[in-house]
Ligand binder design. Sequence first.
Ligand SMILES: *[C@@H]1O[C@H](CO)[C@@H](O)[C@H](O)[C@H]1NC(C)=O
Length: 236
Amino acid sequence: MKPVPFVTLWWVLLLVSRLGATRKESPEETSFYYGTFPLGFSWGVGSSALQTEGSWDQDGKGPSIWDAFTHSGKGKVLGDETADVACDGYYKVQEDIILLRELHVNHYRFSLSWPRLLPTGVRGDQVNEKGIKFYSDFIDALLESNITPIVTLHHWDLPQLLQVKYGGWQNVSMTNYFSDYANLCFEAFGDRVKHWVTFSDPRTMAEKGYETGHHAPGLKLHGTGLYQAAHHIIKD
Ligand SMILES: *[C@@H]1O[C@H](CO)[C@@H](O)[C@H](O)[C@H]1NC(C)=O
């Protein structure tokens, strides 16, 4: 199997059309200029939990399929890199907020780690209050800096127990577990977070996870893997 580059720095440029830009612009202003951006656009950057947080087993977090995949030691990731520490974002909230302020962005897209909030993946088993507090404090810190959070619910790091016990996205029951998890997130953060993304790049998640095996959980279920995973993801 070809190793895949894993820890990549991928700042996503996010352009969000500002809602309610009411000022009437002259025809000259509304025409498109190369090298400029129209009035009413906002700037943002983004990240994912696995690629930034680190602390993969700290404060009650459960393992994700990417933790298991990178720990397998079978050369699945270039240089056998792991996300155990990553950017150490779990312990660098204030530093990251300062960096975002220096960039003068007013939106930040990031993802929540499902197994940090629900160590087994199942809401009925256990909710990790330290995980809730981590994201809650982070959201507050963003808002205090006038940065609007855009929150991705799931960016590939499925709780490992849902994978080993039930087959992950091959199993239709993931839709129920995901729905319970999403409701927890809305209840805990929905008073402050108004922009939500369900899945980041679901096609890659289904194809490379269950068909080619290049990504976690590394399954090569040729022919049906991709379609079954995609079907269950779409159901959410
Ligand atoms: C799908 O998940 C359920 C639990 O929600 C489990 O009872 C069932 O055995 C799983 N099916 C497969 C094929 O693993």
